[in-house]
Design a protein around this ligand. Structure first.
Ligand code: ATP
Length: 517
């Protein structure tokens, strides 16, 4: 991950927000290249989701909405994460990301605490009926191999205590599962000492503000924690004005804010981020499962279409017993980030809950009138919800590549052409030959009317190619003497295959149209 972070900084993709003031945890800025990449992700999604489909319309709703919206949606009451404080270090942790285990030694056990082939979770005392002894507790923040990490810490504890015997297999739990009497025994990850952690308590993730001059309770409002509620609240306006017919979707791209307890993993979990969400409304009797599957496939195919390798994606089906009561099914598309396999895109079948809640709280019916049966009903909804920043991070991790050309190390960002910040770089072979420079400038200006294009005349051609590889430009054009003296063709060099071919201006425009469309 460190490679990606420093690469993103060096190349002007992502900066820490307010860096000259020491930064602000959980907030990021996008530099000249990052802003282009992000914009390209947004427009690829909007084009494919809204413009190229007949059944989806796009809207933009305000970030601050009527506070009742968040009462109806359940966010005021329940948009919380469990939080634990360390009273000594003043650090805060998300309780479901803080894991612990009791370290128990038994006089004899061949596994010495390592997970066996049947798995790592065993219940003492069934397996260890002899005379076991608790030597203490170990804790660690979530990692890809939390059992391994806690096992290492338990071994270390055993060594420090000089305990004899073998470690029993660890029963790994997160701190929300700790018994009250266990909390004082669990060490804080900050100090390594027990006794300073508080019991978990609910922390609401919404940022509060006040609207207008008064600062009292009546003026409290929230920065939206998701864009989705905008689509439900504007449902009636879209139906009344948008000439939409079921099934149809309402899409939106916009900023969301969550006061995350522990913003982590760079832009993966930040406090201000951008979402691309779509609510797809279907008839209550429609085959919701088939529709959910369709969207699951659409979203995966779309990620692959912008250059994310399919083999880095996987699915996580939320267990039925953990779903909200109104939810029928939620499946997350997961991506293998350098810090582990994590949620990229959530696809939820949310029934008619949201529309019914807003109808109840606003007193305005949110229904569809069916001409055929002359009846009214509340449609159900399938919701694919994704974060732009999480896609950008996945794109960046997938694109970074190092190889060697003629004994020289080359670092490349293999962005898909639709996502690449610059589409083409134009070079005159030599900068001191005015006819070459003139022709290169003319082509550069013609291309620039349609695409983001780079012009470079300094240094050897090989070095200019390398510079473009580093920022992920898919194609470079070199104007040489043949261009001006012979047939007008130039050299087109491909970033990935390194192939060079002669090409005409019309040929170049046609290729770009096809590859970037
Ligand atoms: P997580 O479990 O990771 O907190 P979530 O399930 O709460 O995510 P949703 O409420 O379903 O996320 O939001 C939809 C999408 O918005 C997520 O799949 C993710 O891509 C993005 N997202 C959510 N929270 C953040 C965040 N703090 N920073 C960046 N992107 C986020």
């Amino acid at each position: 991950m460190d490679t990606i972070v420093s690469l993103a900084k060096r190349r002007g993709i992502i900066f820490q927000s307010s860096e000259i003031y020491g930064g602000l945890n959980g907030f990021f800025d996008y530099g000249p290249l990052g802003a282009e990449i992000k914009r390209n992700i947004r427009s690829a999604w909007w084009n494919d989701m809204v413009h190229r489909r007949d059944d989806i319309v796009g809207i933009e709703t305000s970030i601050i909405m009527h506070p009742r919206v968040w009462e109806a949606s359940g966010h005021v009451e329940g948009f919380t994460d469990p939080m634990v404080d360390c009273k000594v270090s003043k650090q805060r942790y998300r309780a479901d990301q803080l894991f612990f285990a009791e370290a128990i030694v038994t006089p004899e056990d061949a596994t010495d605490g390592k997970p066996t082939s049947e798995g790592s979770v065993f219940t003492y005392p069934d397996l260890y009926p002899s005379t076991p002894e608790t030597i203490g507790y170990v804790s660690a923040l979530e990692t890809d191999d939390i059992t391994g990490e806690l096992h290492r810490r338990a071994q270390e504890l055993k060594r420090k205590r000089g305990a004899r015997g073998t470690l029993a297999p660890l029963v790994v739990k997160d701190i929300t599962e700790a018994r009250a009497e266990e909390i004082p025994l669990i060490p804080s990850p900050a100090t390594g000492e027990a006794g300073s952690l508080t019991p978990p308590r609910a922390f609401n993730l919404m940022f509060q503000t006040h609207v207008g001059a008064l600062r009292d309770e009546s003026a409290v409002a929230y920065l939206r924690p998701e864009t989705a509620q905008g689509m439900f609240v504007d449902f009636k306006s879209v139906v009344d004005t948008g000439r939409v017919k079921l099934p149809f979707g309402i899409a939106q791209i916009g900023k969301s804010f969550r006061n995350e307890i522990t913003p982590r993993n760079y832009i993966f979990r930040s406090r201000e981020f951008e979402q691309m969400e779509m609510e797809y409304f279907i008839h209550p009797d429609a085959d919701w499962f088939a529709c959910h599957e369709e969207w699951l496939n659409w979203c995966q195919d779309w990620l692959v279409s912008i250059g994310i390798p399919r083999e880095q994606l996987s699915l996580f089906e939320h267990p039925k017993e953990k779903l909200a009561f109104y939810s029928r099914r939620t499946v997350d598309i997961m991506f293998r980030y350098p810090f582990g396999v994590q949620e990229l895109w959530g696809i939820a079948a949310r029934s008619d809950y949201d529309l019914k809640q807003h109808a109840k709280f606003s007193g305005k019916p949110l229904e569809i009138f069916d001409e055929a049966t002359k009846s009214k009903f509340v449609p159900h909804v399938i919701e694919p919800a994704v974060g732009v920043d999480r896609i950008l991070l996945a794109v960046l991790c997938s694109a970074y590549y190092e190889d060697e050309i003629e004994g020289e190390k080359r670092s490349v960002l293999r962005f898909h052409p639709r996502i690449a910040p610059y589409k083409v770089a134009v070079f005159p072979l030599l900068k001191n030959k005015p006819p070459l420079v003139e022709r290169a400038q003319t082509l550069y200006k013609a291309l620039k009317r349609k695409y983001n294009v780079f012009y470079d005349e300094s240094g050897a051609i090989g070095r200019r190619y390398r510079r473009q590889d580093e920022i992920g430009t898919p194609w470079c054009v070199t104007i040489d003497f043949d261009t001006i003296e012979k047939d007008g063709t130039f050299t087109l060099r491909d970033r990935d295959s390194l192939r060079q071919e002669r090409m005409t201006e019309a040929g170049l425009f046609a290729m770009l149209d096809e590859r970037l469309g």
